[in-house]
Design a protein around this ligand. Structure first.
Ligand code: CP
Ligand code: NVA
Length: 306
């Protein structure tokens, strides 16, 4: 199939990713200035959700409307996907009607299978393995506050989950050093670690990971689909809480990011999102802007009048 997909940060070149970040900043400026920009008029994005979402759903839906198009929310609870219609059949049918499809799913293979049968671009809105759209927002946010992230040191504290895996890909694509501090048994994807080589360092001590870092990021200790593990994970991850004292050992101009939703008192201290070093709200807002850049990049402009 000829469509260009965005299932992982590795689906773009480093230059394309930097251009998307820059375009996200431009589109943000257009919106702040109240300029109408509707290149995707009559274009329709389908959004398939197997899991809950606030930011991903609203940013994609609002983004499509702002670009002049529309978005359709498709829950697996009330489509035939939830009743066992094969992913490949759904991909053929849905992509024949839509201009792009965003999917939030459990198994990453659902995305790759859908993409293999889709004539429309497919965007990963989070899988158990990766969350590339969030990383684009994180990169835009860093760029806005501190300029290029190339050559900087980033510390990931906590679970080696989908966000952590995408940070490993970001380290390769945006050219920064990544230190991952996680408990034993909660490491990120081993293949990605191997691919990243000495760009990524695995540590057990959050303090050692945070020392001198320019960006510290964390996420929930139990991701969607791990609800049964919450109690055990809270006990294991307790030493990995990010608080102001941990930010104090980082570089003086460190930024703190959290993809949200957050659990205050668990992976972050109660007060961390109020710390001036936290840019979590900008990070959330930038989902909108950088995904609009992504949609503009992936979805062809509307047909001209006949
Ligand atoms: N960060 C993020 O993806 O948030 P939602 O789960 O609310 O979409
Ligand atoms: N790791 C989290 C991210 C939520 C945006 C999850 O998968 O639930």
């Amino acid at each position: 199939m000829s469509a260009r997909h965005f299932l992982s940060l590795m689906d773009c070149t480093p230059q394309e990713l930097i251009d998307l970040v820059r375009r996200g900043i431009e589109l943000k400026d257009l919106r702040k200035r109240g300029v109408l920009f509707e290149p995707l008029k009559n274009r329709v994005l389908g959004m398939i959700f197997e899991k809950a979402s606030t930011r991903t759903r609203v940013s994609f839906e609002a983004g499509m409307i702002q670009l002049g198009g529309q978005a359709i929310f498709l829950s697996t609870r009330d489509t035939q996907l939830g009743r066992g219609e094969p992913v490949c059949d759904s991909a053929i049918v849905l992509s024949s009607m839509l201009d792009a499809v965003m999917i939030r799913t459990f198994a990453h293979s659902t995305l790759t299978e859908f993409a293999a049968h889709s004539v429309a671009p497919v965007i990963n809105g989070l899988s158990d393995d990766l969350h590339p759209c969030q990383l684009m927002a994180d990169m835009q946010t860093f760029h806005e506050h501190r300029g290029s992230i190339a050559g900087k040191t980033v510390a990931w504290i906590g679970d080696g989950n989908n966000m952590c895996n995408s940070y490993i890909e970001a380290a390769m694509q945006f050219d920064f050093q990544l230190r991952v501090a996680c408990p034993e048994g909660y490491e990120p994807n081993a293949e990605l670690m191997a691919q990243a080589g000495d760009r990524v360092q695995l540590l057990r001590d959050p303090r050692a990971a945070a020392e001198g870092a320019h960006l510290i990021s964390t996420d929930v200790w139990a991701s969607m689909g791990q609800e049964d593990e919450v109690a055990a994970r809270i006990a294991t991850f307790r030493p990995y809480q990010v608080d102001r004292a941990l930010l104090d050992v980082a570089a003086p101009n460190v930024l703190f990011m959290h993809c949200l939703p957050a659990h205050r008192g668990e992976e972050i201290s109660e007060d961390l999102l109020d710390d001036p070093r936290s840019v979590a709200w900008d990070q959330a807002e930038n989902r909108l802007h950088v995904q609009k850049a992504l949609l503009e990049f992936l979805v062809e402009p509307a047909y001209h009048h006949a």
